[in-house]
Each structure stands twice: as C-alpha cells, then as structure tokens.
Design a protein around this ligand. Structure first.
Ligand code: SAH
Length: 218
C-alpha cells in the first residue's frame, strides 16, 4: 500500500476519529457502519486539492457536475440498508467516485454498481481495484433500468434523487429485500422500501439534498 492509502498528515487517525465523533453526535449509532467509515480512505476518492476536507462532514465536487455524498448521508443510508439484516447481494445506483461503493463492499458480500457517466466510472474502477475491491461489479448504464441480469437484489441503494421510485428497481428487489433512496424533487426525503411477498411498505425519513437521477448515459 502506498503512503496515500495509509493515511498521513491531514488524513491522520485523529482527523478520521473527529469525523466518527461528529457522526455519533448527529445520530449514527451502528458500530459496524462507524468502523467502516473509520477505515475507508475518503481522501482517496476525491481530487488531491480537496483532500484537506476529506474528513469533514460535507459533500464535495467530483467533476461532471456531481458530488461525493456527505459522510452522514453515506452512513445513514448504509445503516438503514443493513438495519434488519446485512444484504447478501446489493445494487447501488450512482457509483460516482466509488466511496459509497467501497463502504458497501466492506459490509456486503456481493456489490453491483451502475453509473451513467463513463469517466466517473473509470476512475471509480481504478480506485476500487487499488483498494483490493476488484470483486465489485460495475456497469456503465442508466440505473433507471436496474441490473436485470443480476437481479433480484436483497438491498438496493440509490445515490441520486427522483420524484418517484423507478418501477424496474422495485421489480428487482428480492422478497424480504430493502431499498433506500432519496425521493422528491426540490424537497427530498430518504425513503425506505421493504418488500414482503407482494406487499411493499414505504417509509419517509430524513430530509436530504441529492443530485438528480438523470436519464440516459454520457
Ligand atoms: N455514491 C456516490 C455519490 C455519487 S452522486 C458517493 O459515494 O458519494 C450520484 C451519482 O449518481 C452521480 O455520479 C451521477 O452521475 C449518478 N447518476 C445519476 N443518475 C443516474 C442514473 N440514471 N444511472 C446511474 N447513475 C446515475
């Protein structure tokens, strides 16, 4: 592992511990999630010029008009996704820089992730490989169609917002599975969907601000 990955200077253990304390203060309680956030090098997923802010609890630009989600959002969505049971097979929509993907891969055995912007996906792939996470499956596609060939999924995590949950994603959710997604337009809420047989239970939780779930690829 090179020095960048080991975490030196501004990415020191103390800086990361401050983020963990901040996450506890804002209500993240799942120790499994806190441990993964502590050990995942967020500075590695962003531009070097922004690395000094990597362990602040803020979203940061990653190019192409997109952002790396705020650590609280990543922690909260992950906590919700694994609350009842750790899903065996997870689909993520919106790989972006790959940070949330790495967090999921540390917890769940099988991770599939879809991104519509090719250069972001290429960069994410390189980063995940250097972190030893080559087993994550990545696809360049419009995530609105899910990943039919690999369905059903025990967990689906969507990192971009839309006023409605795409039908295809609900169709690809396994019996007993859970989907977590920001739903809304200007005002968005983290939404948790549980499937039990033909029954779909939906709960609206925290108010959030995500980049839009867009159509097509680029
Ligand atoms: N998971 C990232 C967050 C990335 S921001 C993190 O760890 O911080 C959301 C991402 O969703 C962007 O990269 C955007 O390009 C992507 N996105 C938006 N609409 C999409 C779609 N229809 N299919 C796949 N990805 C999409």
């Amino acid at each position: 592992m090179d020095t960048e990955l080991r975490g030196i200077g501004m990415t020191s253990a103390r800086t990361r511990e401050r983020l963990i304390n901040r996450l506890r203060d804002v209500g993240i309680a799942d120790e499994r999630v806190l441990e993964v956030i502590r050990t995942t090098p967020r500075h590695y997923f962003i531009d070097e010029a922004l690395a000094h802010q990597a362990y602040d609890d803020t979203a940061l630009p990653i190019g192409h008009g997109q952002t790396i989600s705020q650590p609280w959002v990543v922690a909260r969505m992950t906590e919700l996704l694994i609350a009842e049971r750790v899903p065996d097979k997870v689909l993520e929509i919106g790989t972006g820089c790959g940070y949330q993907t790495a967090v999921l891969a540390a917890l769940c055995p099988q991770v599939y992730s879809v991104e519509r912007i090719r250069p972001l996906q290429d960069q994410a792939r390189q980063r995940l490989i250097s972190l030893g996470l080559a087993r994550v499956q990545l696809k360049h596609a419009d995530g609105g169609f899910g990943w039919k060939a690999a369905a059903p999924f025990d967990g689906i995590l969507v990192a971009c917002a839309r006023p409605e949950i795409p039908r295809e994603l609900l169709d690809q959710l396994a019996d007993g599975g859970r989907l977590v997604m920001p739903v809304g337009d200007r005002t968005q809420h983290l939404t948790v969907v549980d499937r039990q047989g033909d029954e779909i239970r939906t709960r609206q939780l925290d108010a959030v601000r995500f980049v839009p779930f867009q159509r097509g690829v680029q």
